[in-house]
Design a protein around this ligand. Structure first.
Ligand code: SAM
Length: 244
């Protein structure tokens, strides 16, 4: 399993500017009072949701991610709380109006039994109208054709202050990808700082997700391929589900 504490130190540097999904998650939870964000990381989604007045609880397996999220708000938002918790072992007495797993978080679970365990635990936190929302991706032809020995540039921040390169190995049978990242920070032009991280994710296909939810007594009510709710053939899935 990926060491997410190791990721926490550089997470915001790489991903804090990613905003494609924020508007969608804000809209979809607009009529909710209580929101649980699973795999909340450093609060990229939880914090703006709480700033708009929602009662938000974020959980994450990584103590370091939670520490950074807490530091960012410095306990100034009374409607926002964070907690270290594993999404396979969700344990709450209350139910939530909306349960989110943004930014591929569900894909941190690397086998089907963990995925079902998580979904069944989510079900226990739902009332009849709870919305379960998350997004995942599956690799497209272009990614599958990449050489596992090469790094490929995946993002470049404005003003060239940061480059992120990926080198990926696939385990096709188990639908796993193991990615090494090379992150180059151009703090000063003479001596860029280079660091390496790695992560593993399990990718799922649409029909497989429908079954996974059904087995967990949940049903997918909408599936989109982007945050504008279109259904073009892309390698992203945005899922809205509820209890059966
Ligand atoms: C890609 S990050 C997404 C963070 C945040 N939701 C966002 O959108 O920026 C995935 C997060 O899931 C967390 N995570 C991974 N496995 C987990 C698990 N079993 N239980 C809870 N959180 C987990 C990681 O620590 C990481 O913070």
């Amino acid at each position: 399993m990926t060491n997410y504490d190791n990721w926490a130190e550089i997470y915001d540097e790489i991903y804090s500017e990613y905003k494609d999904d924020l508007h969608f998650y804000q809209n979809i939870s607009s009529d909710s009072e209580s929101i649980l964000e699973i795999g909340c990381g450093t609060g990229r989604i939880s914090i703006p949701l709480a700033q708009s007045g929602k009662k938000v609880h974020g959980i994450d397996i990584s103590p370091k991610m939670i520490e950074i999220a807490q530091t960012k708000t410095n306990n100034t938002l009374t409607n926002l709380s964070f907690q270290v918790m594993d999404m396979r072992e969700l344990n709450f007495k209350q139910q939530f109006d909306t349960i989110l797993i943004p930014f591929n978080g569900f894909q941190s679970l690397l086998n089907v039994s963990d995925q079902i365990k998580c979904l069944k635990n989510i079900r226990k936190l739902c009332h009849k109208k709870t919305k379960i929302i998350f997004d995942v991706f599956f690799p497209d032809k272009e990614i599958f054709e990449q050489k596992s020995s090469n790094f490929y540039l995946v993002s470049q921040k404005t003003q060239k202050s940061l480059e992120v390169w990926h080198k990926t190995n696939f385990d096709f049978f188990n639908q796993l990808l193991h990615t090494d990242l090379r992150v180059i920070q151009f703090l000063d032009t003479q001596n860029p700082k280079v660091s390496y991280k790695s992560f593993s994710l399990r990718y799922c296909y649409p029909q497989e997700l429908i079954y996974l939810f059904e087995i967990s007594e949940l049903q997918i009510v909408n599936m989109y391929s982007d945050f504008n709710k279109t259904l073009d053939a892309t390698n992203q899935l945005v899922i809205e589900a509820q209890i059966i």
